[in-house]
Design a protein around this ligand. Structure first.
Ligand code: MN
Length: 135
């Protein structure tokens, strides 16, 4: 079975490591520390899903999401927003930009719930990884 690849866009090194370590239970993970780095990566890669920090230095995650949704080459990649901002308007803006889900930081879901939430958004039939074994 092909393991799905998640692109994790997150500028904060500790948050990136934390989320990556959870994702690695079930998915392949590539990382970008900025929207610009993510754009470069997406020139030559087509991940199965993008976990997108909204607050980024330079271009923000909502702007990048809008651009990806407007580009036929990347429009089909599901984007899940990741943000410390939990106001209703923040969530609405993320959905308007094209996100399919919105997860607030710090992540309060247990790791398996978090992984399942991401797996549900994978559109590639072969993309879903095997269920992680509970320790
Ligand atoms: Mn950030």
């Amino acid at each position: 079975m092909v393991m799905a690849t998640i692109l994790l866009v997150e500028d904060h090194p500790m948050n990136r490591k934390l989320v990556r370590d959870i994702l690695l239970f079930q998915f392949g993970v590539d990382e970008a520390a900025s929207a610009e780095a993510a754009q470069d990566y997406l020139q030559s890669h087509h991940p199965d899903l993008i976990l997108m920090d909204i607050q980024l230095p330079g271009m923000d995650g909502l702007t990048l999401t809008r651009r990806l949704k407007a580009d036929p080459a990347t429009a089909d990649i599901p984007v899940i927003g990741l943000s410390a901002h939990a106001l209703k308007r923040d969530v609405e803006l993320a959905y308007e930009a094209g996100c399919v889900d919105y997860i607030t930081k710090p992540i309060t879901d247990d790791p398996f719930t978090f992984l399942e939430r991401i797996a549900q958004r994978l559109t590639t039939p072969s993309g879903s990884g095997t269920a992680p074994a509970r320790p």
